[in-house]
Design a protein around this ligand. Sequence first.
Ligand SMILES: Cc1cc2nc3c(=O)[nH]c(=O)nc-3n(C[C@H](O)[C@H](O)[C@H](O)COP(=O)(O)O)c2cc1C
Length: 245
Amino acid sequence: MNDVMKLMQEHSSVRSYSEKKISNELLEELIVSGQSAASSSFIQAYSVIRVVDPVKRQIIANAAGGQSWIIDAPEFMVLCADMQRINYASLKNEEGELKGYTEHFIAATVDTALMAQNILLAAESTGLGGVFIGGIRNNPTIVAETLELPQHVFPAFGLCLGWPAHKNAVKPRMPVSVIMHQDSYNIDAVPADVDAYDEAFSAYYGSRGSNVKSSNWSAPTTRAIQGKRREHMLEFLQKRGFLKC
Ligand SMILES: Cc1cc2nc3c(=O)[nH]c(=O)nc-3n(C[C@H](O)[C@H](O)[C@H](O)COP(=O)(O)O)c2cc1C
């Protein structure tokens, strides 16, 4: 394993930060590193909204279900999937306005996620820590209005960054043999794989130095995704010009 892989495998989300600021120079380098990710057809379909206004931070923290780290983090940004520029480019080149194809939604969302992960990894390489904030999609209209987002742009998720005051233990991922298939998908393995991971995860939670829990992986995860159906998302995205066809 080399140093980059070691850094990647030491990732854990950080939600508690020291007071120390992140310099503008470093922040810009992180964004440039984010932009260096690959991009579908090179559309670069993302924007980063850096939120410094404490009133806006508070509004977004409330919209995200009261996540206090959005207020406390030295930096908080909202990562937007953004087809606004490519829409302009499309009109400029007489290709017509974008119609809101599902495929374009996927391309923009994937571009945004790749860029965001590059930002976080670059940040972690300097000793910074951070956490993504999907909670902003609890109330995406409030977030979009607060940030004055135009059509063809939607707030995908947030990112808090800062110098860690506390780091959580690394959560063990599923074994490679579970998530990697060869030549065809091995559906027969799913029940045994999930059961085994549940057992391994219970052992991990029970043996942690701090924040010991009595839980497996599947129970809280299932509850979490059932609690985050966000049924408003389809209409919200369609109003912004996505997922129309
Ligand atoms: C797209 C995305 C959205 C997330 N949203 C939140 C969030 O709103 N609040 C939060 O505290 N953590 C959030 N997380 C962090 C996950 O809970 C975390 O990555 C996961 O539990 C694994 O833990 P680890 O990152 O420490 O390894 C999010 C992660 C991703 C990738």
